[in-house]
Design a protein around this ligand. Structure first.
Ligand code: FE2
Length: 364
């Protein structure tokens, strides 16, 4: 099953379908330090949609809105609210990736097509995955533009200040109850991925909120996608709240890495990003729980940054509040210092914080 004749090289970009791409792009530029690098819309001959491509180091976000009524994009927004439509992968052969995925049981979302402009050519194709989410396979041939054919490069006079985000560490998919395993089987069967890490509800539960999670990873473990489902608790799981508002399975969070989480989070907070609060009690015995770390614990406490450790080292992480009005998509900021962990040691503190927010929304 693992002998694919093409390779997935990494996350290429994520495309969000939103109600107002111009303003959403402005938010990500000004709070998180993304730079607009490419654009398509009326000015480039697109009559039905507009897209802004935002870049920071290896991270690309595409922010898309419809320009008229009764569109697929509009239907996606009506059903799910603003959210991630496409988790795209860079591949060496888009047609092979698409064909083999279909042979292994995936459904097509777009047949392979060659796209061209004066900067070169690319081949794109796409398959369906959980909910209404798709995976586009992007293959570029010496493409010299800043994103893909059809997009115009933007030379923005806007001075976006990077907040130090480097690459996508992982992307998490939330599933309705009972569907986690079949989605993991899908990734195993279609892409030959393996189960990298697992937690069940005995590991991850507070008094109320429980979930199960399996992290799926590709061969070289550059691409990691944790797959969650709600578990029975005393009250509503945070995963169930997501499903209720997104209406289907969907992408819950993007984890973006930084080499200096203190700098990144300070800047984002100054720019107006809302993070989940961490109770001060979390830091009281942090030193005993995790041992020596480079960072000053008081600074971590001021910023609300969480720390977890495993046999290989430690990692620091923090989560934003939802980034749109529905309590669905959020971002995680993560700095790994040797550890490959997914923050199991932080689940309790984190979930208590999430539950308190859920409670304010009347959804607990
Ligand atoms: Fe995460």
């Amino acid at each position: 099953m693992n002998n694919m004749t093409y390779s997935i090289k990494g996350f290429d970009h994520c495309e969000l379908y939103v109600g107002n791409a111009k303003q959403t792009a402005y938010y990500y530029q000004n709070t998180m330090g993304f730079k607009p690098v490419a654009y398509r819309g009326l000015e480039t001959g697109d009559r039905d949609r507009v897209s802004y491509v935002l870049n920071q180091d290896h991270i690309n976000l595409v922010i898309t809105s419809p320009l008229g009524k009764n569109t697929d994009i509009g239907q996606h927004i009506d059903r799910h609210g603003d959210g991630i439509r496409d988790v795209a992968f860079t591949v060496d052969d888009s047609e092979k990736a698409w064909k083999e995925s279909l042979e292994r049981g995936a459904k097509s979302a777009m047949e392979p097509k060659e796209i061209k402009d004066s900067n070169g050519e690319s081949i794109i194709s796409a398959i369906k995955t959980f909910g209404d989410t798709i995976h586009t396979f992007v293959e570029r041939h010496n493409y010299s533009g800043s994103f893909l054919p059809g997009y115009e490069n933007i030379d923005s006079e806007w001075d976006s200040k990077s907040t130090g985000l480097v690459h996508i560490d992982h992307i998490v998919g939330n599933q309705p109850d009972g569907e986690m395993n079949s989605v993991c089987d899908f990734y195993e069967k279609v892409f030959g991925w393996h189960r990298f890490w697992t937690v069940d509800d005995k590991d991850i539960s507070t008094e109320y909120s429980a979930l199960r999670s399996i992290v799926m990873a590709n061969d070289n473990e550059i691409v990691k996608m944790p797959i969650n489902e709600p578990a029975e608790g005393l009250k509503k799981s945070q995963i169930q709240e997501f499903i209720d508002y997104y209406e289907t399975a969907g992408v819950q969070h993007l984890a973006l890495s930084t080499r200096d989480i203190i700098h990144t989070v300070k800047q984002m907070r100054n720019n107006g990003v809302d993070f989940l609060p961490t109770p001060l009690s979390y830091y009281e015995n942090l030193h005993e729980r995790i041992g020596e770390i480079d960072e000053d614990i008081e600074t971590l406490a001021e910023l609300g940054i969480l720390v977890d450790t495993d046999e290989n080292g430690y990692m620091l992480q923090i989560f934003t509040k939802p980034l749109q009005d529905r309590p669905t998509l959020f971002f995680e900021i993560i700095q790994r210092k040797g550890s490959n962990s997914f923050g199991k040691g932080n689940f309790r503190a984190l979930f208590e914080s999430i539950e308190s927010e859920q409670n304010k929304r009347g959804n607990l």
